[in-house]
Ligand binder design. Structure first.
Ligand code: HEC
Ligand code: HEC
Ligand code: HEC
Ligand code: HEC
Length: 226
């Protein structure tokens, strides 16, 4: 093997190694999940375009009342009253209706519900791409999430509570909650529990976009020291 051939072999090897690295990165992220709604996505619900992020984010002209983080997906009607979980043993006092009324009230939960309450078409963007036409969706019901597990509907009274403050006062009152400053893996948003406290919409590693695995109910045990 002359020097030039050795260089070629080395370059080919490097390319294979790098491809492995990039493929590894991609598989740990959103492209391997049902939130990859491009034509290359693994789910049954998807569009015929190639862009992935556009279903939720845009670099320009994001929805101003919910520019957390550069949001592109049309939100659900502001007059929907989702209702909230109640229970006689609940210590959380500020479990309030999930509604997006003003910029101050925009929550990550409203972002999820813009698709998962089943009321708005998945491909209704605030700022469509200038590079591709608006994707035509398959697997939807009139463009919306079909009835099924993923469609939570507008009744959240039978779901784990969201949109309430999880602070040290609550942890003390409950007695079986991790101190909020010591939480690992899960995430609070302005000290509140939201959909994205348990889920990371980009993450493929734990299934169901969970931030912590449900093996041994680890996710639940991150907050509840039962
Ligand atoms: C199905 C909807 C959805 C898609 C598709 C999506 N995201 Fe997100 N993204 C969200 C939501 C909701 C949040 C806020 C929740 C959070 O911060 O964990 C977020 C937050 C972010 C953030 C800021 C917070 C952080 O964790 O750093 C970045 C950056 C981001 N996304 C980048 C991307 C990129 C890049 C893509 C495309 C490869 C993408 N997202 C695709 C829903 C989505
Ligand atoms: C742009 C629309 C859109 C947004 C916004 C969105 N999702 Fe989804 N999500 C989907 C679609 C489509 C599916 C696939 C549903 C199916 O196949 O039945 C899905 C599936 C899921 C699943 C099931 C995954 C599985 O493996 O079965 C979970 C969990 C989920 N989403 C959580 C969230 C959470 C939490 C948020 C907000 C942080 C969010 N989604 C935001 C469109 C969206
Ligand atoms: C306290 C943690 C937690 C919160 C908060 C939470 N989820 Fe989930 N979610 C889970 C777990 C765990 C699963 C997997 C359940 C299973 O496998 O049956 C799940 C499953 C799902 C699924 C898949 C369908 C299903 O029923 O299994 C969707 C869609 C979903 N969540 C959306 C949401 C949305 C939207 C919100 C906010 C309104 C939310 N989640 C809030 C923990 C949570
Ligand atoms: C991000 C932290 C967090 C995660 C993860 C979490 N929870 Fe919770 N959960 C809370 C908080 C905080 C409350 C409110 C407790 C209170 O008011 O005393 C709560 C409330 C509840 C309640 C209602 C208690 C009542 O008195 O009515 C139940 C039951 C519950 N969680 C079960 C679960 C299960 C099961 C899981 C795993 C699938 C889970 N939680 C995951 C933080 C979390």
């Amino acid at each position: 093997m002359n020097k030039r051939d050795r260089t070629k072999v080395f370059m080919a090897g490097l390319l294979i190694a790098l491809t492995g690295v990039f493929a590894g990165g991609a598989w740990a992220g959103i492209s391997a999940t049902k939130h990859n709604l491009s034509n290359g996505g693994p789910g049954t619900i998807k569009g015929d375009g190639t862009e992935i992020c556009i279903f939720c984010h845009t670099p320009h002209d994001a929805i101003k009342t919910a520019n957390i983080p550069l949001w592109n997906k049309q939100l659900s009607a502001l007059n929907i009253s989702y209702g909230v979980y109640t229970s006689p043993t609940l210590n959380a006092t500020d479990v309030t209706d999930v509604k997006m009324i003003t910029a101050a009230d925009a929550t990550v939960t409203n972002l999820c519900l813009s698709c998962h309450d089943g009321t708005v078409a998945i491909n209704s963007f605030n700022n469509p791409s200038n590079l591709e036409t608006v994707p035509v969706m398959v697997g939807t019901t009139a463009g919306k999430l079909p009835v099924g597990n993923s469609n939570l509907g507008t009744d959240l009274t039978n779901d784990h509570p969201v949109n309430f403050t999880y602070d040290q006062t609550l942890a003390d009152a409950d007695k079986f909650l991790t101190a909020p400053a010591s939480l690992v893996g899960v995430k609070l948003f302005s000290n509140k529990v939201q959909c994205a406290s348990c889920h990371d919409p980009h993450l493929s590693t734990n299934g169901a976009f969970l931030r912590v695995s449900m093996s041994g109910s680890a996710l639940c045990l991150s907050c509840h020291t039962k």
